[in-house]
Design a protein around this ligand. Structure first.
Ligand SMILES: Nc1nc(=O)c2c([nH]1)NC[C@@H]1CN(c3ccc(C(=O)N[C@@H](CCC(=O)O)C(=O)O)cc3)C=[N+]21
Length: 287
């Protein structure tokens, strides 16, 4: 058996076309949606990601502003920029690219962003809203994973067992909350889990979000399971690869996401969706 691919590029194209329509309608009504992206320092990977985000905005008809700062920028200076963007009516979403230089406290910066403009979904208010089922912005990567499941007819996960590997604040924990909200029975595994395979073999859905190659191999997967790979690693040849042993697992799973072309593009797509959502809410407030 060979798994079918959940194509993140194709699904992104579909969703981004809807985003473009909503962006055009907003712009026509005098509420052009705007995203501010802040990049501090010279991390080459960050520079690529940020460029992709800005390009995705342009393609969908969103206004975007890229603010680049030297690595020597102080935390106070960055907080002052965020304060200005919080009060800028042309900006509906604020994204501060992580990681930040070591002398800046990520947490303080994220908490300074208005929750109304927190399109990354990283603010404690956004995390709390997800936890209690209130309206807030969902973290883009797990939100994208949920859209991928939805695209294969798995919007409601009642009766299904989902296993999340990884417990980060930006992927594992919000992923578990979203799966729970979709009625799955959820297990969260992590570096302290004794027998990972024991858990993953029970799973109808496995989400791997560790940041390490070959965390999930074929013998750890129940035949017919759906496998979502959030990992972004490089193999020995320098090629991009996920957390899943793709070649092995694809022989066991029913559906699998590739890397690249899977969760990565969906992360950017959901950033656009959140930004449109933020702009629509702001427009409704002003109407
Ligand atoms: N505030 C903040 N928000 C983020 O969302 C955020 C961040 N900081 N810091 C870094 C990570 C990383 N990230 C990616 C998004 C898309 C791809 C992506 O589209 N990847 C392509 C491949 C790109 C390539 O070829 O290198 C793919 O998987 O097909 C990758 C990585 C967002 N991040």
């Amino acid at each position: 058996m060979t798994a079918q691919l959940i194509d993140g590029n194709a699904l992104s194209r579909q969703i981004r076309a809807e985003v473009a329509q909503r962006a055009a309608a907003l712009t026509e009504g005098g509420h052009r949606p705007g995203l501010a992206v802040i990049l501090v320092g010279e991390n080459p990977a960050s520079a690529v990601y940020v460029r992709n985000k800005v390009k995705a905005c342009a393609d969908a008809g969103l206004h975007s502003v890229l603010e680049k700062y030297e690595a020597t920028m102080t935390e106070a200076e960055l907080l002052a920029r965020i304060d200005a963007l919080n009060n800028d009516p042309t900006i509906h979403g604020i994204l501060v690219q992580l990681p930040l230089p070591g002398h800046i406290d990520d947490h303080a910066v994220i908490e300074a962003i208005s929750p109304l403009k927190d399109v990354d979904g990283f603010h404690v208010a956004s995390a709390g809203a997800l936890m209690v089922g209130e309206t807030g912005f969902k973290a883009c990567t797990p939100y994208g994973c949920m859209k991928m499941l939805e695209s294969i007819g798995m919007k409601d996960l009642r009766g299904k067992h989902a296993v999340v590997i990884g417990r980060s604040n930006i992927v594992g924990k919000p992923m578990a909350m979203m799966l729970l909200a979709a009625n799955a029975t959820v297990t969260v595994c992590h570096s302290g889990t004794a027998d990972l395979g024991h858990h993953t073999r029970q799973a109808d859905v496995v989400v791997a979000a560790v940041g390490k190659r070959n965390v999930l191999t074929a013998e750890m997967v129940k035949p017919g399971a759906v496998v979502i790979d959030v990992g972004m690693n490089r193999n020995d040849e320098g090629k991009l690869c996920g957390d899943v042993d793709f070649d092995g697992v694809k022989e066991v799973a029913s559906w699998i996401t590739p890397v690249p072309g899977g969760v990565g593009p969906m992360t950017i797509t959901m950033l656009l969706v959140n930004t449109i959502e933020a702009a629509e809410r702001a427009a409704a407030q002003r109407a």
